[in-house]
Design a protein around this ligand. Structure first.
Ligand SMILES: [Zn+2]
Length: 761
């Protein structure tokens, strides 16, 4: 047996573990060892799971798994009894009697050809080896999504468990052939959307293998509800699984099952945790409903005492199964339906299987449409609401309405329930004490009222509508007024600030607007006066140099309601630049802060066409007086590219008109700076720019690298401000200087600055 712990065996483990001989354990073609592990009591199964063993089956006192070298070594070292296991051998004759993928494809095509009005064949995707993963729908109006419960039968996710595929084919034949002649079947086809996914692992089926062509167990490959890893397989999600997920995520399957072989039991969620699922009672009940109609399953109480059904994890833990994904993500209750102890029985037994499962499958189809159902629509428009949520008080598992007709379907144990319907943008609605039964249907259509803010924006002076005004439920949503000045915004329930702005008008905002239904809110905006100013100064921005500054005088003493700033800067790498706008009071806002990388130039109006770096601070100037010197400052933080301010402009909006006022005193416009010459390198001539903080004597001289003065360009008094001087590349005697590096030096106001210039010839 196993787990014979004593000091001696532990010692043996320590020395022998790494060298245990695995030659008695043949490996499959993916290097894993199919084994069975002796289990003394059921709790050992849980211990195996906790040790990271992905169990394939647990029967007759043995847990079956396929182990890596390391995991096998680990179990042997811990003293578990592990035996090599030969997977069920299937003779080619038996295999040939079952539908393989090609035969299944032809079968589905022929059924559809015969019953086109009630069937549809769809591909969910392709397998690793390129086989189509078929989904097949049986319903009236198969190309139209109707107010009908969806039910799904899936099979052969384990390639060597193909009986479920035959059960699917049997039910497809039964439904199509009896449609129109057997009332009960006709009714089910008309009132349900009955889906089949009859072969989820065609490559594994082709190879008579459990796994897909990459050696992955697809029923351990789905996302686990807790977000953790799945059964220890490593390849990542397989294409068969992603195709399945993509196809079914948007659908609203109510009830589904996935056929397996190797055991005889209906296994309900959860598989991944011992915690009971929110719908545990219901999950057990529909499993029992299946079992009661399948007498071998129902009577299989020696293996499964609860009438042939079991909670998944209570049997053995599976991480990454289809069942848990389906219930967790789509709310569709999925049952892992193990329909026989033999995985691949001889074809002669299939009629018996069909007899055992036919009534159970019909029960599933009926059951999916029982409980409470209805259509959720918008109370104003009547349009179906997609993904409206139904919460049942006391059951932490919402279901959602479908997109096309807004239908929802919720199975419940018979009882009285409080049902709450919700959807962002609508007022929630609760129906108290609704009687719902497990074996019949309660119809409850629901109209949800949109939470809608609407109104009109007008000019306060003329009362005319303002077209193009933006009304915003701040942080949520905005709308732009139409020609009649109307806006409407649908938003989630809550209390909000609502702001209204229009170019040329004052901005208004109202705080604490409670949105809980239809709310009307009109705005009458006062028109603003516009004062415009421009500066056409051209100023070089020195490479990796100091801030350059340019000023505009605003001559109106008016309170700022809003403002716009136009900037035109040429630069071939704007990620080097920072640009700031200073209000006369000293407050500033960053327009540009070293963003944009290698892109060229900053040209446009802030904040309309260019977003300010400090967009949240834009309104910091609001309410302040506009009067005085506004300054724009720019700085180049890196070397290698140079740029130039070509001009800028300001637009001030105000409810006031004010009077034009002349500047009393102009502040120091600039600091003394020497800018880089352009072009550089220079061939025949270069322009050297500098600016002066105050008037005074200036000397600008060109030197060679030996420190000898070559040419004096400026020697005299200059005004404050910006100056440029051209050098023709000649020395004091009028001779062209030789190619090379030259320095030019500015002496002014008691300081000196030097830059470098290259002359090429
Ligand atoms: Zn299976």
């Amino acid at each position: 047996m196993k787990r014979m712990f004593c000091a001696l065996s532990l010692l043996a483990v320590a020395t022998a573990a790494l060298s245990a001989d695995l030659s008695n354990y043949p490996a499959d073609r993916w290097g894993r060892h199919p084994v069975r592990i002796a289990v003394e009591k059921h709790s050992d199964v849980y211990r195996l799971s906790e040790q990271g063993v992905s169990i394939e089956n647990y029967r007759g006192g043995w847990a079956e798994a396929a182990l890596s070298d390391a995991k096998l070594q680990e179990l042997l070292a811990l003293g578990w009894t592990v035996e090599p296991r030969t997977r069920e051998q299937v003779s080619p004759d038996i295999v040939a009697a079952y539908h393989n993928h090609a035969w299944l494809t032809a079968k589905l095509d022929s059924v559809h050809a015969q019953y086109p009005a009630i069937t549809r064949k769809v591909s969910m995707g392709t397998s690793v080896q390129g086989r189509q993963l078929w989904a097949f729908l049986v319903t009236d109006n198969p190309t139209v999504d109707e107010h009908e419960a969806e039910v799904r039968f899936a099979a052969t996710i384990h390639g060597d468990e193909p009986v479920g595929t035959e059960m699917c084919i049997g039910m497809i034949d039964s439904l199509t052939q009896c449609y129109g002649s057997v009332a009960a079947i006709t009714d089910l086809v008309n009132s349900r959307e009955i889906w089949f996914a009859p072969m989820l692992n065609p490559d594994g089926n082709n190879a008579v293998n459990r796994e897909n062509a990459n050696g992955e167990d697809l029923n351990r490959d789905f996302p686990v509800p807790d977000g953790g890893s799945n059964g220890g397989y490593v390849n990542g999600t397989e294409v068969e699984v992603t195709s399945f997920i993509n196809f079914w995520t948007g659908k609203r399957v109510v009830l589904s099952l996935n056929f397996h072989g190797g055991a005889l039991v209906a296994n309900y969620p959860w598989d991944y945790t011992y915690t009971l699922c929110p719908d545990n009672a219901l999950a057990r009940e529909v499993s029992l409903g299946y079992s009661r109609l399948n007498s071998p399953m129902y009577n299989n109480t020696s293996a499964f005492p609860d009438s042939g059904v079991t909670n998944g994890a209570a049997w053995y833990v599976v991480r990454g199964g289809l069942q848990d994904w389906s219930y967790h993500v789509t709310s569709g209750l999925d049952i892992t339906m193990e329909i026989g102890n033999t995985k691949w029985p001889s074809a002669g037994t299939l009629p018996t299987y069909w007899n055992d499962n036919r009534a159970s499958m019909l029960y599933f189809i009926r059951q999916a449409g029982w409980g409470v159902q209805g259509v959720v629509t918008d109370s104003l428009t009547g349009i179906p609401i997609n993904r409206a949520q139904l919460d049942v008080a006391g059951i932490a598992k919402p279901v959602h309405s479908d997109s096309a007709v807004g239908d929802y379907h919720r199975m419940l144990m018979t009882g009285n329930y409080d049902l709450t319907f919700s959807k962002p943008g609508y007022a929630s609605k609760t129906f108290a004490n609704v009687r719902v039964k497990l074996d019949s249907v309660t119809n409850l259509d629901v109209q949800l009222s949109p939470i809608l803010l609407s109104g009109t924006v007008t000019d306060s002076a003329t009362a005319l509508p303002i077209y193009g005004a933006v009304v915003e439920v701040v942080g949520v949503k905005s709308d732009t007024t139409d020609a009649a000045g109307h806006y409407s915004i649908q938003a989630p329930q809550g209390s909000y600030t609502v702001a209204c702005r229009a170019t040329g008008y004052e901005t208004r905002s109202v705080a604490g607007v409670a949105l809980n239904g239809m709310v009307a809110l009109d705005f009458a905006l006062g028109g603003l006066n516009l004062f415009g100013y421009e500066a056409h100064d051209t100023i070089n921005i020195p490479d990796n140099g100091a801030w350059i500054v340019d000023s505009i005088y605003v001559d109106r003493n008016v309170a700022i309601s809003d403002y716009r700033a136009y900037v035109n800067i040429t630069h071939t790498y704007k990620g080097d630049l920072a640009v700031r706008l200073f209000h006369p009071g000293g407050d500033s806002v960053r327009l540009h802060q070293r963003t944009g990388g290698a892109a060229d130039n900053i040209v446009g109006w802030y904040p309309d066409s260019v977003r300010p770096a400090d967009s949240l601070r834009w309104n910091a100037f609001y309410g302040q007086s506009a009067l005085g010197w506004w300054t724009l400052r720019a700085k180049d933080y890196a070397s290698g590219y140079i740029g130039r301010l070509n001009g800028w402009a300001l637009e001030i909006f105000s409810t006031q008109t004010g009077l034009a006022e002349l500047p009393v005193e102009r502040p120091l416009p600039v600091r003394t700076e020497l800018f880089y010459s352009r072009p550089n390198p220079a061939r025949d001539q270069a322009t050297i720019s500098y600016q002066l903080a105050r008037p005074g004597p200036v000397r600008l001289t060109v030197y060679n690298v030996a420190g000898q003065a070559v040419r004096t360009l400026v020697d005299g008094r200059c005004a404050a401000g910006h100056h440029s001087v051209r050098w023709d590349g000649r020395d004091g005697r009028g001779e062209r200087v030789v190619a090379g590096v030259y320095l030019y030096r500015l002496e002014a106001g008691g300081t000196a600055r030097t830059n470098k210039l290259v002359v090429v010839r």
